[in-house]
Design a binder for this molecule. Structure first.
Ligand code: NAD
Length: 356
């Protein structure tokens, strides 16, 4: 068995969890991250703190490369060196915010779409048998989820119980003919290309279309990292701006640990061109209002929020991932964290960092 795992975005939330997890299984991990999150979101967003922590924790099993995934020749050179020792590739490096993408569409597309084909082609040329995991997003469905017949409840929007997607939206929803945001469109390009390298070149690729991905490794910034930013605002007594939908928009949240165990399941039994919606599902979801209530209960502090009437362009009013397809392919995989557990862990992990 080849024992090297390549992780892009290795200092980010999902990348760092992947590094720890697979190093813990005894594999050597090669990480790629140039701290571009600091460029996207400013000092709050920088992942340098997480990289420093990772290097200390993982030690010799981890090798870091400060490569920009837009740098095609640097990537090809690295994969040429690693060759068939690579047994798994987890591609998480991205510009992850739909609000930010409109500021610099070229940068967004170059990182998300071109960076992904750079990775795919480097893998195809040098280690085509290695399972290739791509973190896509539910934004590939654009704003189509907003056309569902939602009903208003006291603290959240909800689908009628007899609706086919009450348990979660599955992969049969169209990714076509809707408003995606510039970010959503660049992720669609990458998502479809990852599938194509699976089908056309018969490579074991998988697309995980994430809902809200979260965990204590998130560098919480206003433009990205919903639950971490909720907890940070409550703990630091910052004002959190809620955009539209009466604050009742629903997201499902999956802890980075639970996502990475899903990656492991795919790694152990890969398929060609897998496509999976992946999130907390019915097990772990909340509206913005509910998230603040839970965060206040945990911290004993009141949340300071400001309501902005206009919602974010293309923002989902209700999203819960349908996990049926993944659970059918990988029946042993299970979610272990729900929203209160996720928020409690963030509170405990950041007591010395996020102070009022
Ligand atoms: N967090 C979420 O809620 C969420 C939801 C759905 C999908 N996703 C997707 O999951 C993936 C991982 O998300 P995350 O929350 O861990 O993001 P993150 O921002 O925490 O991590 C991404 C990392 O990639 C690095 N990076 C960015 N551009 C780079 C470049 N050009 N070259 C090298 N490194 C670069 C950043 O510095 C950062 O450390 C992304 O593809 C994102 O679009 C995230």
């Amino acid at each position: 068995m080849s024992s090297v795992v390549v992780v892009t975005g290795s200092a980010g939330l999902i990348g760092s969890e992947s590094v720890r997890h697979f190093a813990g299984l005894g594999m050597d991990v090669v990480g790629i991250d140039n701290d571009m999150r600091g460029y996207f979101f400013g000092a709050d967003g920088s992942t340098k703190w997480n990289l420093d922590r990772l290097k200390k924790e993982v030690g010799d099993r981890y090798t870091h490369h400060d490569i920009d995934i837009r740098d095609r020749s640097a990537l090809l050179g690295l994969f040429e060196k690693l060759g068939r020792n690579v047994g798994l590739v987890i591609h998480c490096a991205a510009q992850p915010s739909h609000d930010w993408a409109a500021r610099e569409p070229f940068t967004d597309f170059d990182v998300n779409a071109v960076g992904t084909i750079n990775m795919l082609e480097a893998v195809r040329q040098h280690c085509a048998d290695a399972p290739f995991i791509f973190t896509s997003t539910n934004k590939v469905y654009g704003d189509l989820p907003n056309s569902l017949p939602l009903i208003e409840q006291e603290t959240r929007w909800e689908l009628p119980e007899d609706h086919k997607w009450h348990g979660g939206i599955d992969e049969t929803m169209s990714i076509d003919r809707s408003l995606h945001s510039v970010f959503g469109a660049s992720k669609v390009a990458a998502d479809v290309m990852v599938q194509e390298y699976g089908r056309y070149f018969d490579m074991p690729t998988a697309v995980f279309r994430g809902g809200t991905l979260t965990g204590p490794g998130h560098s919480a910034a206003e433009l990205h990292g919903f639950l971490a930013y909720v907890m940070r605002c409550v703990m630091e007594q910052r004002v959190y701006r809620i955009y539209g939908y009466k604050g009742k928009m629903v997201r499902d949240a999956i802890h980075s640990h639970d996502l990475v165990t899903a990656f492991e399941a795919f790694y152990r039994a890969p398929r060609v061109a897998g496509v999976y919606n992946m999130g907390g599902g019915r097990f772990s979801n909340c509206s913005h209002i509910e998230a603040f209530t839970i965060a206040s209960e945990i911290t004993g502090l009141e949340a300071r929020t400001e309501y902005v009437e206009e919602n974010r362009v293309g923002d989902h009013q209700w999203w819960i991932s349908g996990l049926g397809r993944f659970q059918q392919d990988y029946p042993d995989w299970k979610l272990t964290y729900d929203v209160p557990a996720i928020l409690r862990e963030m509170y405990e992990a950041n007591q010395d960092v996020w102070k009022a």
